[in-house]
Design a protein. Structure first.
Length: 327
C-alpha cells in the first residue's frame, strides 16, 4: 500500500519511465515521496501513474541536450536521480551526449537547484581506458558528475535483469527463430546479474541517506555466471534447445561490422558490445572490502535469477505461456 506523500519530499528522476527508472519510481512512491519523472516523451510515461496515489507522480518533458529543460525539471527537488543511458548510439542520442555531457548537465543543474542528494546510475565496467566507447563514456560521465556534485553517489550495476530487460528477453527471442545462439569469445566472460528491483531498493537506500557521499557502489546479484551459463539458463527457462556456436572475438567483430547497416533492434550485438564482452563484469574485491555493495546498502539477500527470470521467459516457450496448466 502506498503511504501518504511526504511533506515537501520531492524526487526528480531522469529516465523515470525507463527500465531501471520505473522500478525506482515504484520503490520511492511506496515510501511516500512525491516524484517528478523527467523524459523526452512524458506522454509515454502513463504507466507510472498507478504506482502512486493521485497527484503523487508527475511526468515532465526534459532533454539532457537542453540545459534549460533540465534546470526546470530539477527545480525544487530535494533529490535528483539520473538513470538515463543507452546501449548503442543512435542519431543524436550518442554515448557522449547521454553518458558524459548529459550526466554533467543533470549534476550541474541539481547542485544549482539546491538538491541535497544526487544519484547517478552508471555500470560495472566503466573505464576511461576501455576499448569500448560505452565503457569510456560511462567513466567520463562519472568524472563529470563528481566535478559538478562532489557528494554524489554513483551506482554501478552489472547486467540488470527483470521483466523488461534487454538480455534474457533478447536471447530468448533469438532462440525462438535462430538455429543457434552465438557463444561470443567462447562464453567465458563472467557476469554478476542483479535484479532491477534490488537496484531500485539500492536507489531508495541512497535517497534515505544510507550511502557514503562521494562514493561509487558496485551492484551485483548472488551468483557469478559465465556468458555460456547465462545462455544455457535462458534456453532452459524458455524451453528451447539451441546449438551454442563458439564464435571467437575476432569473428564476432566481423559479424558485427557486417550487420552494422541494420537497425540495432535487428542486430544480435554491436561491435562496442563485443568489446565489452572481452572483460568480466563482476563486483570488484575493492568494492566488497570497502562495503560499497548491495550489502553495504542494507540489501543482504538479493534476488536470484532462478527466482525471477523463469516467470517472464515463460511466454517464449514453444507451446505457449499457459501450456503447463493443461492436464
Amino acid at each position: 500500500m502506498v503511504q501518504a506523500t511526504r511533506s515537501g519530499g520531492l524526487v526528480t528522476i531522469f529516465g523515470g519511465s525507463g527500465f531501471v527508472g520505473r522500478h525506482a519510481v515504484r520503490a520511492l512512491a511506496r515510501d511516500g515521496w512525491r516524484i517528478r519523472s523527467a523524459s523526452r516523451r512524458p506522454d509515454l510515461a502513463g504507466h507510472l501513474q498507478p504506482m502512486g496515489v493521485v497527484g503523487q507522480i508527475h511526468a515532465v518533458q526534459a532533454n539532457l541536450r537542453f540545459p534549460e529543460s533540465v534546470a526546470e525539471a530539477v527545480a525544487g527537488a530535494d533529490v535528483v536521480i539520473n538513470s538515463v543511458g543507452v546501449l548503442a548510439s543512435t542519431g543524436r542520442q550518442t554515448f557522449d551526449a547521454v553518458h558524459d555531457e548529459g550526466a554533467r548537465a543533470v549534476a550541474k543543474a541539481a547542485r544549482a537547484g539546491g538538491a541535497t542528494r544526487f544519484i547517478h546510475i552508471s555500470a560495472i565496467g566503466a573505464d576511461a581506458a576501455s576499448k569500448s566507447k560505452y565503457a569510456r563514456s560511462k567513466a567520463e560521465g562519472e568524472q563529470a558528475v563528481f566535478e559538478e556534485f562532489p557528494d554524489a553517489v554513483i551506482l554501478r550495476p552489472s547486467i540488470v535483469f527483470g521483466p523488461e530487460d534487454e538480455f534474457f528477453n533478447r536471447f530468448a527471442a533469438m532462440a525462438q527463430v535462430a538455429p543457434f545462439l552465438p557463444l561470443i569469445g567462447g562464453g567465458a566472460t563472467r557476469f554478476q546479474p542483479v535484479y532491477v528491483g534490488d537496484v531500485a531498493t539500492a536507489i531508495k537506500a541512497v535517497v534515505d541517506g544510507k550511502a557514503k557521499p562521494g562514493k561509487i557502489y558496485e551492484l551485483g546479484g548472488p551468483e557469478i555466471l559465465t556468458f555460456r551459463e547465462l545462455l544455457e539458463r535462458t534456453m532452459r527457462y524458455a524451453d528451447r534447445n539451441r546449438f551454442l556456436l563458439n564464435l571467437p572475438f575476432w569473428a564476432a567483430k566481423l559479424q558485427a561490422l557486417a550487420t552494422s547497416p541494420l537497425p540495432n533492434a535487428l542486430r544480435p550485438v554491436t561491435l562496442d558490445q563485443i568489446r565489452l564482452l572481452e572483460r568480466d563484469n563482476v563486483v570488484s574485491k575493492v568494492a566488497i572490502d570497502d562495503g560499497r555493495t548491495l550489502a553495504g546498502l542494507g540489501i543482504a539477500h538479493p534476488h536470484s535469477i532462478a527466482a525471477i527470470v523463469p516467470d517472464y521467459l515463460e511466454r517464449f516457450k514453444p507451446k505457449g505461456q499457459y501450456a503447463h496448466y493443461r492436464g
